[in-house]
Design a protein around this ligand. Structure first.
Ligand code: 8P5
Length: 451
């Protein structure tokens, strides 16, 4: 008997797109009256990035935005997730608006819409205006008002043309990288600053959502990077470490945003006396109704007890695992597990996979103009299948944004890691769609049936 398999189709209206971030692709950080960001400063500080790489040129998207939108259209993208550089809009972070900065994003949005590509706009993707960092940045409680002011400028300018807004990209990485371990801008290393920065990020998120409800008429959400933690053994120590790691990365941001409280492990088992007592009005500000959440998924972590500070937990490399160029295990089942966990904990809020992708060593562009990246194609296939499985288990997944459209500046790792489905020759700025881009185009055109 012939076995008929229904095509692995995705829900009607599933939003197929790709994601980038301002500082990673735009270049020209100081053009047209923009102010410096903490990443302009950090990357120009000797030793902070691989090879001293900076965002001064990047993918020159600030000048090539029109051709990049044409490229997105040629791939059949239905959506494009990008971020706005706060210091292009408000060079001092607050007060004076730089109209030329606003005009850049207005033109970009109009071009996207003219090609039938839906814009998803992230207000904050790590590039804080340096002028605000000089005033304490995420350590200054006033930043909730500064961020709401910036958001309001953007809402008034673009709401309606932009119908899906994101306040923050990955508050966990901003805090863990920028304030605890110092690998990311502004490069602090303080157990005491970390909870304060994290809490102010969430207060700012709440203030920006509140401001949106006054001005906007569409949708706004929060994007988090979460990563399933699996205990390395059933020992009490490893189980406790796994619980701490899960609370610290996966619950720390969605819990206050949606449930109105932090996981108790943060104070009781991780930060201790470094965890301040927060006022009730802070929790009320943070807990604002969200229209959607964005989940950025890259990998899992098999977790054991370690003497790491202050988490006392760490990942165990899997002997039989497959790893990407950034040292992350390829584990698509983790995405299914995580989406089901989020559905059960947070009430099946409409969810977008706002980032998913991998850096593999890509060959140079072949003479016939091809870039063969079978490992990336396999990664995308497996993770889209994992999303299908989560949908079959009742998760309300509305779309998928591959990270990333273009090879780009991988923060402190500079240009040494390539996540793009489109290859960028940084010398000539030539874009070459990789095999994974061709594969992704087919997946979009077939609503996932070709996966
Ligand atoms: N172990 N381990 N864990 C993996 C933890 C992942 C944390 N990094 C991210 O999620 C960043 C996100 C960022 O938005 C983008 O701007 C970055 O370019 C990508 C790629 O790095 C990802």
């Amino acid at each position: 008997m012939a076995v008929t398999t229904t095509p692995r189709r995705f829900p009607e209206g599933f939003l197929w797109g790709a994601a980038t971030a301002a500082h990673q692709i735009e270049g020209s950080p100081m053009a047209d009256g923009a102010g410096p960001s903490i990443w302009t400063r950090f990357a120009h500080t000797p030793g902070m990035t691989v090879n001293g790489d900076t965002g001064d040129v990047a993918c020159d998207h600030y000048n090539r935005w029109k051709e990049d939108v044409a490229l997105m259209a040629s791939l059949g993208l239905k959506a494009y997730r990008f971020s706005v550089s706060w210091s292009r809009i408000l060079p001092e972070g607050t007060g004076r608006v730089n109209q030329k900065g606003l005009d850049f994003y207005s033109r970009l949005v109009d071009e996207l819409l003219s090609k039938g590509i839906e814009p998803l706009l992230t207000l904050y993707h790590w590039d804080l205006p340096a002028a605000l960092d000089d005033r304490g940045g995420w350590l200054n409680r006033d930043i909730a008002d500064w961020f709401a002011e910036y958001g309001s400028v953007m809402y008034r300018a673009l709401d309606g043309r932009v119908k899906k807004w994101v306040t923050l990209n990955e508050p966990w990485v901003v805090t863990d990288g920028g304030y605890l371990h110092g690998a990311l801008a502004p490069g602090h290393r303080s157990k005491y600053e970390t909870p304060i920065a994290s809490h102010n990020l969430m207060r700012a998120h709440g203030a920006a959502v509140k401001a949106y409800r006054e001005i906007g008429k569409h949708e706004i959400g929060l994007v988090v990077n979460i990563e399933p933690k699996y205990a390395a053994t059933e020992s009490a120590a490893d189980l406790a470490a796994t619980k701490r790691a899960h609370a610290y990365m996966n619950e720390q941001y969605l819990d206050p945003a949606i449930l109105g409280h932090y996981p108790p492990e943060l104070k009781n088992e991780i930060f201790g006396d470094a965890w301040p007592e927060w006022a009730d009005e802070d929790y009320a500000l943070i807990k604002q109704k969200l229209d959607f959440i964005g989940i950025n998924y890259y990998t899992r972590s098999v977790t054991q007890a370690t003497d790491s500070y202050p988490l006392k937990a760490g990942a165990v490399r899997q002997k039989l695992g497959t790893y990407t160029e950034t040292g992350w295990e390829v584990f698509p089942q983790g995405l299914t597990d995580l989406l089901v966990w989020a559905k059960d904990r947070y009430g099946n809020i409409p969810t977008y996979i706002t980032e998913n992708g991998a850096a593999f060593f890509d060959p140079a562009v072949a003479e016939e103009g091809r870039v063969r990246d079978p490992l990336r194609m396999g990664y995308l296939k497996k993770h889209l299948t994992a999303i299908r499985d989560a949908i079959d288990q009742g998760c309300d997944i509305r779309g998928y944004m591959v990270w990333s459209l273009l090879d780009n500046l991988e923060w402190s790792l500079g240009y040494s890691k390539r996540f793009g489905i489109v290859h960028v020759n940084y010398g000539t700025q030539e874009r070459t769609p990789k095999d994974s881009a061709r594969w992704y185009s087919k997946a979009i055109a077939s609503h996932g049936a070709s996966i």
